[in-house]
Design a protein around this ligand. Structure first.
Ligand SMILES: C[S@@+](CC[C@H](N)C(=O)[O-])C[C@H]1O[C@@H](n2cnc3c(N)ncnc32)[C@H](O)[C@@H]1O
Length: 463
């Protein structure tokens, strides 16, 4: 970390030419752009990082990620501190200065950057942004923070959004729906997520892969719920994972892995993966059973590539039909042949996976819930038409909002009199253990400190 920091001076000298191709900038400079765009609602952390990561030298990429993930993860707290320190909030056109301030505060509070370097580099950032007028202000604000940090902690610490480090509206929702689980949800949502692998059991058993890991000095523990899951003691780069390129493993949360095990594909099944990108569950379905006929539908053209590259690495390039379409627009993609099984992993608020997508703390708004509920309902109703009588549909979200989960299914069951719910842990023997919490329809998994993310599952059968 400190090497990165030393090398990562936020001044013009650190913006250097990568001899032949493009300019490479310091991680802090690029982090300002990424955070600015997120604050301006111009994309998610993952899309912004994908867009900007080539602008830093590869050895500075960990620093860029640390800064960007860190600011998003600590945003409710950092935002309160910044607003407390500023006599007037920055205007929208100066969002880049606000991003620089948040990054400066993050370094002062959470990183072992020497204080003088954090202040100096944040002040220099004003010049790089061609806003020299802000240098004095930035210097004064950060110096005041250094002087008054203890008083500020006390003054702001009793605000629930600061104490819990969650947006106020989201905290209220968590508290309203899950008062008993609130502390656990918040703690798990604020942490660095564990790295969980899905072992491709069509190539290697979980036990054998654990030995392969051990031989590389990587310690792991088998997950309790998904028979293909392994938790790493410490995150590593995927390139360090034995035979990653040959598809022996994928990185996937344990709760997400339950989808394929619940849907239990069998040879000959015609299966629809209705909202497929980046293809994590598409690949898993193919791993679980040979000889399935799989169709994967995804709305976003740019996300299709991710499904393709995932399947390619797993060796399944020719084993699924990939369609880029709106799953709710059947005329656009359905040929009229019914499916035996459907995996419907709908777009959702992702409130169960905040630790993996901490920009949710900045970007997500209460109105998103209502908007997403409408989208989910449209996909649910359309895709249901494509299911065979007797067929199964697994409805999945990574949300903790009942509106998207049990309430969505309640309304669906009221509309569709040919649909019935199947109790989930009565299925396969490996799923018979207690997992998740039964709710009025389906099962809710809450994110946990030790293991999986927050997910919701409901299995439906067509009469
Ligand atoms: C939760 S993600 C799916 C994750 C995926 N199943 C996996 O395991 O890797 C939801 C996906 O649905 C896509 N999507 C959103 N609206 C859609 C629609 N109307 N039709 C098809 N896909 C849609 C999004 O672009 C996103 O890729």
């Amino acid at each position: 970390m400190s090497d990165n920091k030393m090398n990562d001076n936020m001044n013009d000298n650190s913006a250097k030419h990568n001899n032949s191709v493009s300019l490479q900038y310091s991680a802090r400079h690029v982090a300002i752009e990424v955070i600015t765009n997120i604050l301006l609602q111009q994309g998610s952390l993952s899309t912004q990082l994908a867009r900007y990561q080539n602008e830093v030298a590869s050895e500075h990429l960990p620093m860029l990620k640390e800064l960007c993930f860190g600011v998003c993860r600590q945003y409710p707290k950092l935002n309160s501190i910044a607003l407390h320190l500023l006599a007037h909030p920055f205007e929208e056109k100066d969002t880049d200065l606000y991003a620089a301030l948040l990054l400066g505060l993050y370094q002062l509070t959470y990183m072992n950057t020497p204080d003088h370097a954090a202040v100096h580099e944040t002040v220099e950032a004003c010049r790089l942004l061609k806003k020299d007028w802000a240098t004095k202000l930035m210097n004064a604000v950060l110096r005041r923070y250094q002087r008054e940090v203890d008083e500020i902690e006390v003054a702001l610490g009793s605000m629930p959004s600061v104490e819990y480090n969650q947006p106020k509206w989201l905290l209220k929702r968590f508290n309203k729906h899950w008062p008993e689980q609130l502390e656990r949800i918040v703690d798990a949502s604020n942490m660095h997520p564990p790295m969980c692998l899905r072992v491709n059991q069509s190539q290697v058993s979980r036990e054998t892969y654990q030995i392969l890991l051990k031989e590389q000095g990587i310690d792991s523990t088998a997950g309790t719920f998904s028979p293909s899951s392994l938790y790493l003691e410490k995150a590593v780069r995927v390139t360090e994972l034995p035979h990653f390129g040959m598809g022996y493993v994928s990185v996937q949360d344990e709760a997400a892995q339950l989808s394929a095990h619940i849907l239990a594909p069998k040879a000959g099944d015609k299966i629809l993966d209705a909202c497929a990108a980046p293809g994590g569950k598409t690949g898993h379905l193919l791993e679980v059973a040979d000889g399935i006929r799989l169709t994967a539908v995804e709305l976003e053209p740019w996300r299709m590539e991710k499904i393709e590259s995932n399947l390619d690495r797993l060796g399944y390039s020719n084993d699924a039909t990939l369609l880029c379409a709106d799953a709710s627009d059947l005329d656009a993609w359905w040929d009229g042949e019914h499916f035996d099984k459907i995996l419907l992993d709908v777009p959702c608020t992702a409130t169960g996976v905040i630790r993996r997508n901490p920009d949710i703390k900045i970007n997500r708004k209460p109105a998103d819930i209502d908007d997403l509920v409408v989208v989910q309902q449209a996909i649910l109703d359309s895709v249901w038409t494509t299911l065979k009588p007797g067929g199964f549909m697994l409805y999945v979200t990574c949300s903790l909002m009942p509106e998207e989960n049990e309430q969505q299914i309640q309304r669906f069951l009221a509309r569709q009199n040919d649909a019935q719910e199947i109790l989930l842990n009565t299925l396969a023997p490996e799923l018979a253990i207690e997992w998740g919490t039964p709710v009025s329809h389906g099962r809710q998994l809450f994110p946990t400190l030790e293991s999986h993310d927050g997910f919701y599952y409901c299995l439906l059968q067509k009469n």
